[in-house]
Design a protein around this ligand. Structure first.
Ligand code: PLP
Length: 373
């Protein structure tokens, strides 16, 4: 007898650990934010997703308009893209695998490594997808809080390894704290026998890449993305440089057409438009410093230095969530994380100069109003 039909209860067929899990809290797109506020999308100042306000490069936009192969499945082995990426990062193409954003590669690495119950070290506060994907893959998350200056707690990590953790993700520069990991720290992690995945989503804005170290180390992998520096977040294009055995396993277990035609076209064209993209990176880095100074002059904000395209700010005397809500009412969106370590903070992405001006104006207006809570 078909017992499912008999009871009609689908939940007993679903994984109990996933049913109990909280979902990832994603950010909303501009049109949804604009509609909720009843303002035109052009008036939204979106500083909550670490996206690139300049958008795709001119060559990427032209190539997307000209491409004629959207009705054909993309190359499952991503040959042209991996060859171009190999030249861009200076690594062998056999070590490179691309995916639908680095998000997909985080998930794939975990699928490739975790058996049920295996552990992953999560150096909080950090990017939420590491713990999210670990849980989805049936792994255990070992949260090891960073030290007060946001550097890694190496003894704490070693303890987690003793309890069964086999993979660690280190974002460098780290989202949301903005600091980069040192080569010395990575060497110390490699000594522990873990697979060390350094996530360089923001490395084009600061910090040093470890890609050149991957071939020398057996257990080091580096993730990169086109979402931030190249303005392709909506197309979902990321890649990683992996030890050979892991790269070939990832190519075998990924879904065959994971990097879609539009993403492949845009990646290739972006790599031919590096001059423009690098100028934009320089503008964003300069704007980051102007934003840092401006936020530092707001009495209730303490920004931390950052090597990414965002700034984490401690909020003093006011509730961070309240500040987020008041800014949102004015069409300015910044990120608030409702987690114990980040509750008193806001993360603000670097936008265009006029976005900085609008944000600072709104924050100064908050000081002028007396209804502070
Ligand atoms: C540290 C870090 N890694 C990866 C990602 C995801 O990048 P992608 O858009 O390539 O999936 C983000 C996005 O915010 C991030 O902050």
């Amino acid at each position: 007898m078909d017992t499912t039909r008999a009871t009609g209860d689908i939940t007993r067929l679903l994984r109990p650990d996933l049913l109990a899990m909280e979902g990832y809290e994603p950010i909303e797109p501009i049109d949804v934010l604009a509609e909720a506020l009843g303002i035109p999308p052009e008036r939204v100042v979106k500083l909550d997703g670490n996206e690139n306000p300049y958008g795709p490069s001119p060559k990427a936009l032209a190539a997307l308009a000209d491409a004629r192969s959207y009705h054909i499945y993309p190359d499952p082995l991503q040959r042209k893209v991996r060859r171009a990426l190999a030249a861009y990062v200076g690594a062998e193409e056999d070590l490179i695998v691309a995916g639908a954003g680095s998000d997909e590669l985080i998930d794939l690495v975990l699928r490739a490594t975790l058996s049920p119950g295996d552990g992953v070290v999560n150096c909080v506060p950090t990017f939420g997808m590491y713990s999210f994907s670990t849980s989805v893959c049936g792994g255990r998350v070992f949260d090891v809080p960073r030290r007060e200056d946001f550097t890694l707690d190496l003894p704490g990590i070693e303890e987690a390894v003793g309890q069964g953790a086999k993979v660690i993700f280190i974002a460098s520069p780290n989202n949301p704290t903005g600091n980069a990991v040192s080569l010395r720290e990575v060497e110390a992690l490699l000594e522990l026998g873990l697979l060390v995945v350094v996530d360089e989503a923001y490395v084009e804005f600061g910090g040093e890449s470890l890609v050149s170290r991957v071939p020398e180390r057996e257990r080091l992998a580096v993730l990169r993305t086109f979402s931030k520096w190249a303005g392709l977040a909506g197309l979902r294009a990321g890649y990683g440089v992996f030890p050979p055995a892991l790269a070939s396993l990832l190519l075998r277990i990924k879904s065959p057409y994971n990097l879609n035609v539009a993403a492949q076209v845009a990646v290739l064209a972006s790599l031919e438009d590096l001059g423009v993209l690098r100028e934009r990176i320089a503008c964003l880095v300069a704007e980051r410093e102007r934003l840092f100074e401006g936020l530092g002059r707001i009495p209730f904000l303490r920004p931390y230095p950052s090597q990414g395209n965002f700034l984490l700010c401690r909020v003093e005397d006011l509730e961070a969530r309240w500040v987020r809500d008041r800014l949102a009412e004015r069409g300015i969106f910044v990120r608030y994380f409702d987690t114990p370590l980040l509750r008193g903070h806001l993360r603000i992405s670097v936008g265009l100069p006029e976005h900085t001006d609008a944000l600072l104006r709104a924050l100064n207006d908050l000081i002028a109003t007396d209804s502070h809570r």
